[in-house]
Design a protein around this ligand. Structure first.
Ligand SMILES: [Mg+2]
Length: 251
């Protein structure tokens, strides 16, 4: 059995959960005391290392609302997930056909997201992204880059697992530690990298320095999920701009 595990946000779709909440969150985030309290609560949970609490935005909102003594200002997440209009263009354009092509080749598809399944699954279903299994912190009791995150698909029948994601600090570090084939999808890949043939990108002399810089900026933005950082820098086995390039690699 061959599995392809895909990160969701920034890999298959353009952050649908964030986009769904944005109109409600934007005015709140413009208030510095609310913005700061949300960031503090997130970083606090990150430091505690509980994989299920880190990205539980509904619970983060609840705690901040109580702490600041606010009226109920935060959006009703469960209701929005079920009822709000979703824009199909949030799914990257080549994704539906590419996933169907992988399935036709016999790959099983997993959505492997650090967002909680209780939020992401309904979005994935409503956006009609096809998949066989969902991996998420509230299902795996682990979070990328912890290798245990992939445990649900690493049973005795598995021959190969390829993980595809856009974050070096979560997807590539995680795939390296779990000893999976690590594919870094770089959707904003600059033109000179696109011109480098796919098989030569990991050989580029400027790659190591670039990865180091990018890793530091990711860690500054997202923090390190799951406590200790590996000794090695993240090492992608392949670097692709989109899933069409992945289809060629996995031929
Ligand atoms: Mg991502």
């Amino acid at each position: 059995m061959h599995w392809l595990t895909f990160d969701l946000d920034g890999t298959l779709a353009d952050w649908p959960f964030r986009r769904l909440l944005r109109p409600y969150m934007q005015p709140l985030l413009e208030q510095p005391h609310i913005r700061q309290a949300l960031r503090e609560e997130y970083l606090h949970r990150l430091a505690q290392g509980d994989p299920i609490r880190v990205y539980d935005w509904g619970d983060i909102h609840r705690v901040v609302q109580e702490k600041l003594g606010l009226e109920p200002v935060f959006p009703p997440i469960p209701k929005l997930l079920l009822e709000a209009a979703l824009d199909p263009s949030w799914v990257y354009p080549e994704v539906p056909a590419a996933l169907a092509a992988f399935q036709a080749r016999g790959y099983r598809i997993a959505i492997a997201t650090n967002g909680l399944a209780k939020y992401q699954q309904v979005l994935v279903d409503r956006l009609a992204i096809p998949y066989d299994r969902m991996l998420a912190p509230d299902l795996a009791q682990a979070i990328k880059p912890q290798p245990a995150f992939w445990q649900p698909v690493l049973n005795s029948q598995v021959e190969k697992v390829v993980h595809v994601g856009d974050l070096l600090s979560q997807d590539i570090w995680g795939a390296n530690q779990a000893v999976l084939t690590a594919v870094w999808i770089w959707r904003s890949m600059p033109e000179d990298w696109r011109r480098t043939p796919v098989h030569q990108r990991t050989q580029r002399k400027d790659l190591d320095r670039f990865i180091e810089e990018r890793l530091q900026s990711e860690l500054a933005e997202h923090g390190l999920v799951g406590q200790s950082s590996p000794n090695q820098p993240p090492q992608p086995d392949h670097i692709v701009a989109d899933l069409e390039e992945l289809l060629v690699i996995l031929k």
